[in-house]
Write a protein that binds this ligand. Structure first.
Ligand code: HEM
Ligand code: HEM
Ligand SMILES: [Fe+2]
Length: 475
């Protein structure tokens, strides 16, 4: 049973635990950006920190920190909404807290090993203790197993609380989807000597995450947040959520074929990948329309704008709808057909899409959830955007968009010169990298990276002050 039902504050220990996850997430986000900046400088000045802090390490920490901070913020968001939705206290909160500390200690150790011990030959024991060697999921196997245990504890809390409490559509989707999300992680834990087979399974993790299970996950977050922030009608957001589940699992799963074009899998993947991945933007468009539609509809019914209870969270939510559509839908579609991908594969174009999609589809909404968590922590009815909130969202979004445009130009140059004109040889790769368009683009990416980082500083500053300010205003 629920101990308290005051809805605009933190009502239970689970939500406090959620806030702890958010705190670690934001620290890792900062670390991610710093690593990105180092790697970006190394593109322009290749000798920068050579043999002290190599590109391979900076890049690895950059993208692993990305995945881990997002997982933290996702777990935080679930703990934030679990009791609200189920109207039941979390079943094993003590165990949940223990899992948080174990996970955080493990992440700290893994990061230290990433930074200090990455040079040397690979063997069976380095897979266990140093690095598993899979892009985005480089954590050594001991940590992999630890992560599985911690996630099982988290999942038990979600599942058992759900079973005992109220079963809303949002939570039903969440519970089913989290099972798929966690299960997919196992696909990245095998190791096969055959590199094609290894890659085949590896894609299941990150790409069945980002194109299927994570998309459904943020759908549930958006549904919950819209109800809380602008009083959206539950039936409407849940109806769209079910439609998205259907479409995303349909297009997302076979759409994975766009990663099977050139890794040694049979050629029928060309047709399967082309067709289904080309359909992937459809649910993304639906999701985009969904948010704007709900928004407009509320306005129509009341004749006035619905009261926005949390300005910054709503701003990040709307940015999510645009960003998901642009980064995953448009930038994804650009290079998804095999006829195009044969020229763009693994170029800076891919990096442009990777940045815009991860940022647009996930970073945005997770930051929105952090703002919502802060509102609850301070128990305020309304939380308006401050100057800092506006600077944060503007600089971060402008910075990431700027980076993506710069990388798109670099990728365009690679496609034309390295691939089309010079035939994609090893020499062509270096020729293309030394031409002015490429170098200028890399410089612009770094400048835009700095803009992003300044925005991040505003974000942290805002997150630690906005709650108090809102409380003062309300008093
Ligand atoms: C939010 C969802 C998405 C995220 C976060 C995302 C992220 C990424 C990332 C990081 C990569 C690079 C992988 C690597 O390091 O090799 C990638 C590759 C790719 N993505 Fe996405 N993606 C998303 C959705 C989509 C969609 C909807 C499409 C198609 C319409 C798409 C098409 C592709 C293709 C074709 C590649 C391979 C690029 C290559 O051959 O180099 N992505 N994606
Ligand atoms: C300070 C801002 C940032 C800078 C300077 C930066 C820089 C970089 C660099 C240099 C790489 C390596 C690219 C390569 O190997 O060619 C990279 C990869 C990547 N970054 Fe960032 N980054 C920044 C922020 C972000 C953000 C905010 C996200 C997502 C939320 C992100 C997601 C990624 C991803 C997914 C990759 C792998 C891309 C791929 O393999 O295609 N980065 N970044
Ligand atoms: Fe993909």
């Amino acid at each position: 049973m629920l101990t308290s039902i005051k809805t605009n504050s933190l009502t239970n220990e689970g939500q406090k635990l959620g806030m702890m996850y958010f705190r670690v997430a934001i620290v890792l986000f900062g670390a991610q950006l710093l690593m990105g900046l180092i790697a970006a400088i190394q593109f322009i000045v290749p000798g920068f920190l050579f043999e002290v802090f190599d590109f391979s390490v900076a890049r690895m920490v950059h993208i692993n920190a990305l995945v881990v901070w997002m997982l933290y913020a996702m777990i935080g968001s679930v703990y934030l909404m679990l009791t609200d939705e189920t109207e039941h206290n979390i079943v094993a909160i003590g165990l949940g807290k223990l899992a948080f500390w174990v996970l955080t200690a493990a992440v700290a150790i893994v990061v230290l090993v990433y930074i200090f011990i990455q040079v040397g030959s690979g063997s069976e024991s380095t897979i266990w203790f140093i690095n598993e060697g899979r892009e985005y999921l480089e954590a050594p196997r001991w940590a992999d197993i630890g992560i599985v245990v911690v996630v099982l504890i988290f999942y038990w809390n979600v599942f058992a609380t759900y079973m005992k409490g109220k079963k809303t559509g949002i939570m039903t989707v969440m519970v089913a989807n989290l099972m798929a999300l966690a299960g997919l992680y196992l696909a990245g834990m095998f190791f096969t000597d055959n590199i094609s087979m290894d890659q085949y399974w590896w894609w299941w993790v990150i790409h069945l995450w980002v194109e299927a299970t994570w998309e459904v996950f943020v759908g549930t977050l958006a549904a919950y947040a819209l109800i809380k922030i602008i009083d959206a009608k539950r039936e409407i957001v849940e109806m769209w959520l079910w439609i998205e589940v259907l479409m995303l699992f349909g297009s997302g799963i076979l759409g994975l074929g766009h990663h099977y074009f050139w890794i040694g899998t049979p050629e029928y993947w060309w047709e399967i990948g082309a067709l289904f991945s080309a359909l992937e933007p459809v649910p993304l468009i639906a999701m985009f329309v969904h948010v704007l539609y709900d928004w407009g509809k509320e306005q129509g019914i009341n004749g006035t704008k619905p009261a926005i209870k949390n300005g910054p969270a709503m701003a990040w939510l709307v940015t999510n709808a645009f960003g998901n559509f642009l980064g995953a839908g448009i930038w994804g579609f650009f290079h998804t057909l095999p006829q195009v991908n044969i020229y763009t594969h693994g170029s800076q174009f891919t990096a442009a899409h990777g940045h815009l999609a991860f940022f647009g589809a996930y970073a945005t909404i997770l930051i929105g959830m952090m703002y919502y968590g802060i509102q609850r922590s301070y128990g305020v009815e309304r939380m308006k955007a401050t100057f800092k909130s506006k600077m944060a969202i503007f600089l971060i979004t402008f910075g990431v968009l700027g980076m993506a445009v710069a990388l798109t130009i670099a990728g365009y140059e690679q496609v034309l010169v390295e691939r089309a004109e010079l035939g994609a040889t090893w020499n062509a790769f270096f020729t293309a990298q030394n031409l002015p368009w490429y170098i200028q683009a890399q410089i612009w990416r770094t400048i835009m990276g700095v803009v992003t980082f300044v925005g991040f500083i505003y974000l942290v500053w805002d997150l630690v002050t906005i709650g108090k300010e809102a409380q003062k205003e309300e008093a």
